[in-house]
Design a protein around this ligand. Structure first.
Ligand code: HXC
Length: 519
């Protein structure tokens, strides 16, 4: 038989392509749109630089022989995989196609995903997974479970080597949630994303509890309550744009520095508003995000995990055009105290920054750990220890600014000199002490106060005495625990100078298999 001509071969290729790639006006797209969702391919178009996507494994097919699977066609195996660029930098992607067997994950579907995971790791480029799936493909039994296992182990092996981002843009249930949970960032969209280990029906059957999908595993729930989701968005477009923004602060891998940008904001900009922004009276609150915005490069602050543990603020920003990770107590909530969730939130972030060579800038204004039975029973000791651990092991440049209160263990936990702050400055109203003046005076002068004829007068005297001695930054400065006391408006120039000086910081920890962070 004569071999086909190149034109015939190309026509055959086109037919095969058409049978896998649905046209944008097809029912596959329409079904997704009817649910208020985008199609797997539309998502990639919005995520990646225009025209940069290249697909791999388009023609992969399942080999399942169970039930009616031999007769079931699953174009692309229900997942679109490949690579592309974001702001010109390579990334690898997979995007599950709910229109093909509910985006369910079988052996071949998983093999497509693990192939791009391996490529991302070898190339030292970020991996972005778009999850929209009914979970393990039921017809494939243990092969589906094996598929998930092979993804999980790669998530772990890539952890701290390349950034891994998970977008939940549809259902993500059962054990399937654990791949996103193992990655660095989880993005969700209100009304579109649903993540849970056991869904509403199982919960109703087991405990009789009635709960909607949105309440149980929607974006608001995971952004506010569980903390599983770092970034929640009102729609898919803003979510995909959020991925591009986040990656602009991160290096391609652990061996690179994060990308510097031209800094249009003068390094010696002195903002006089900072003087009045933080009230000297420690009982008055303010929004620390305003301090962050005024000190760091203009419009560079990108807050993450905003709704979870709002008593502590984290996010990426730039200083002198260089990406930094910001950790700050938020006096507007719980007076900026550290609790279980805030400790978890900050520790995870500090470790993420350290893994990817992002310097840390910490703003301190905290009365200490949150007192209470709930906190003690919930393990504040175990969770609080994570923050000490994370800061102590971080070897990136660490800059700390004490704005006001820095009491007790929280003074240490918020990256003080002992935990390795390379540059520690304090504002003139900073109070660095074992505890607040009133509490301290009542403990160490109790007998004297009780014996006094005018107890209140004596108490005031003793409080004032304590304040003169400890409620200022100079005692710490005298002991070299604070490098400089600066006027608020000098903070930006001081931090910028320090960061630029520390750019070449090299520090390594003793060799070991791995540390044992209190999980
Ligand atoms: C095979 C599946 C599937 C699955 C959905 N489909 N999930 N096929 N395996 N897991 C198919 C449906 O049969 C249907 O096919 C099509 O996808 C669309 O599904 P619908 O149910 O019509 O869609 P919708 O009404 O939007 O409901 C979505 C859904 C529901 C809520 C996700 O499909 C569902 O509950 N699926 C099962 C979820 C689940 O229990 N998965 C296992 C989780 S445990 P047709 O041909 O009719 O269009 C798990 C373990 C992982 O994943 C373990 C890792 C260690």
């Amino acid at each position: 038989m004569a071999k086909p001509s190149i034109d015939e071969l190309i026509a055959d290729l086109m037919r095969r392509n058409d049978s896998v790639v649905p046209p944008p006006d097809s029912t596959q797209y329409q079904k997704q749109h009817d649910k208020g969702k985008l199609h797997a391919r539309e998502r990639l178009e919005l995520l990646l630089d225009p025209g940069s996507f290249f697909e791999i494994d388009r023609f992969v097919e399942h080999r399942c022989t169970n039930f009616d699977m031999p007769k079931t066609r699953a174009p692309g195996e229900g997942v679109v995989c490949g690579g592309g660029t974001i702001e010109g930098r390579p990334v690898f992607v997979y995007s599950q196609d709910f229109g093909v067997l509910g985006g369910s994950l079988g052996e071949a579907h998983a093999a497509k995903i693990t192939k791009v995971m391996d490529l991302a790791l070898k190339a030292g480029a970020p991996l972005i997974g778009i999850n929209d799936s009914g979970g393990a493909r039921i017809q494939e039994g243990v092969d589906s479970l094996h598929g998930y296992g092979s993804i999980f182990v790669r998530n772990v092996r890539s952890s701290g080597v390349i950034p891994q981002l998970s977008l939940i843009l549809g259902p993500c249930a059962g054990g399937a949630v654990y791949s996103p949970a193992l990655t660095d960032f989880v993005f969700m969209v209100q009304g579109v994303s649903h993540m849970f280990i056991t869904g509403p029906q199982v919960i109703k059957a087991v405990s009789g509890e009635v709960v909607s999908e949105e309440e149980l595993g929607g974006a608001a729930t995971h952004a506010r309550l569980s903390g599983v989701c770092q970034l929640a968005f009102p729609d898919e477009k803003s979510c995909l744009a959020g991925v591009r923004t986040l990656l602009s602060y991160l290096p391609q891998n652990n061996l690179e520095d994060p990308p510097a940008r031209e800094c249009g904001d003068p390094l010696d900009r002195r903002d006089p508003e900072l003087r009045s922004l933080v009230p000297v009276d420690g009982r008055q609150s303010y929004d620390v995000r305003e301090v962050i915005r005024r000190v760091l490069d203009q419009d560079s602050f990108f807050e993450i995990h905003a709704e979870f543990a709002p008593n502590l603020v984290i996010g990426y920003a730039r200083l002198a055009g260089l990406p930094v990770g910001v950790v700050a107590n938020q006096p507007a909530y719980l007076a900026g105290s550290l609790d279980i969730n805030a400790s978890d939130k900050a520790s995870r972030f500090v470790r993420t920054c350290d893994a990817f060579n992002v310097p840390l800038v910490t703003f301190v204004d905290t009365p200490g750990y949150l007192p209470g039975k709930n906190q003690e029973f919930g393990g504040i000791i175990r969770h609080g220890a994570k923050l000490l651990y994370a800061y102590s092991e971080a070897t990136v440049p660490k800059l700390t600014v004490t704005l006001r209160k820095a009491y007790g263990g929280a003074y240490i936990a918020m990256c003080n000199r002992d935990l390795g702050a390379d540059f520690q400055i304090a504002w003139p109203q900073a109070e660095i002490a074992v505890m607040g003046a009133a509490g301290a005076a009542n403990i160490i002068h109790r007998k004297e106060i009780e014996a006094a004829a005018d107890k209140e007068q004596k108490r005031r005297e003793k409080i004032e005495e304590y304040e003169r001695l400890f409620s200022n930054p100079y005692e710490a400065a005298k002991h070299g625990m604070v490098d400089a006391v600066v006027e608020p408006e000098e903070t930006r120039p001081a931090l910028a100078r320090a960061l630029l000086s520390l750019r070449g910081k090299r520090e390594s920890l003793p060799g070991r298999k791995h540390g044992n962070i209190p999980l």
